[in-house]
Design a protein around this ligand. Structure first.
Ligand SMILES: [Zn+2]
Ligand SMILES: [Zn+2]
Length: 292
């Protein structure tokens, strides 16, 4: 039933053949989903313990870069200066900034300010009191990708902005907590949408979390909004991001016609985002990009 050969090594890293380890329990866990027509992941989405170790090392560099930003991102700093620091720290750590020249993206990280949902391009914009900004860092180290972002509140922000930033963080963590092996990835969006409903916030639909690790963007697609579609069933050793983009107003967005990248809220309302890379374990999810 599952797409691993019986004589191949088991995904868990025990070194035994699949048929001698997890084959039977996988079949039992996945049977009802197969019968109901849920898609299962392809084998290449189930990463080896060695590859997961490589992604963890990459994540340590991403976290170290972001930790430096925690004290650097403040009033008076330009988004270009943030970009230059990300580029320097990543290179110093032996890594590569994945966004740089990715499909023509011109800078090393994304800086998304106020009504910018994501993919904001660093420039000479000066951060000012009351701004909220997301900085998104994706690092490649020894070929392994790790992807994360944090929000920063500059000086005195409005109560509305603060609430949006904090609720969005809660959405990310509740999404992560909802992850279980042998459950559909769509449960993440259901958990997040349950929270945003209480505040009347819009969950961005046009952009999603994604498989990551050996490539920048891979399956599964991780939507952050509620769905009753039959989404891909998660199994241990899948690695992906959870990165809800939550708007204070409508979920609808526009992409800049000028630069082809910057995504803004359609109604001009504020937007916030937090992102972690996680690995599915045998009883939940482990946050690979957590602070050390
Ligand atoms: Zn990211
Ligand atoms: Zn991402």
């Amino acid at each position: 039933m599952f797409k691993i050969g019986r004589n191949e090594k088991c995904w868990c890293g025990c070194g035994k053949k699949y048929k001698q380890c997890h084959e039977r329990s996988d079949e039992e866990n996945l049977k009802k989903f197969v019968e109901e027509g849920y898609p299962l992941p392809d084998k290449h989405l189930i990463l080896s313990p060695e590859d997961i170790q490589g992604i963890r090392k990459s994540a340590r560099l991403s976290v170290a870069v972001m930790d430096e930003l925690d004290s650097f991102v403040k009033e008076g700093v330009t988004t270009l200066e943030i970009d230059e620091l990300v580029a320097k720290l990543t290179a110093d750590g032996g890594g590569i900034c994945a966004p740089y020249h990715y499909e023509g993206f011109p800078k090393h990280c994304c800086t998304s300010l106020n009504n910018v949902v994501c993919h904001g391009i660093p420039d000479d914009t000066v951060l000012k009191d009351g701004d909220i900004i997301n900085v998104d860092v994706t690092t490649i180290l020894n070929g392994y990708y790790s992807d994360m972002s944090r929000m920063y509140m500059i000086g005195n922000v409005s109560d509305e902005a603060k609430q949006l930033v904090e609720v969005t963080k809660e959405c990310m963590y509740k999404g992560i907590e909802s992850v279980r092996p042998y459950t559909p990835v769509g449960d993440i969006g259901n958990a997040i949408n349950d929270i945003t409903d209480k505040y009347g916030y819009g969950v961005v639909r046009a952009l999603c979390g994604h498989g990551v690790g050996l490539e920048f963007h891979n399956d599964p697609i991780v939507n952050h909004f509620r769905t009753d579609r039959k989404t891909m069933v998660l199994v241990p050793n899948m690695v992906f991001t959870i990165e809800p983009m939550i708007n204070a107003g409508t979920w609808d967005c526009n992409v800049s016609k000028e630069d082809g990248w910057t995504v803004t809220t359609a109604d001009g309302s504020l937007s916030a985002q937090w992102e972690h890379t996680v690995v599915v374990t045998e009883d939940g999810a482990d946050i690979i990009t957590r602070r050390i």
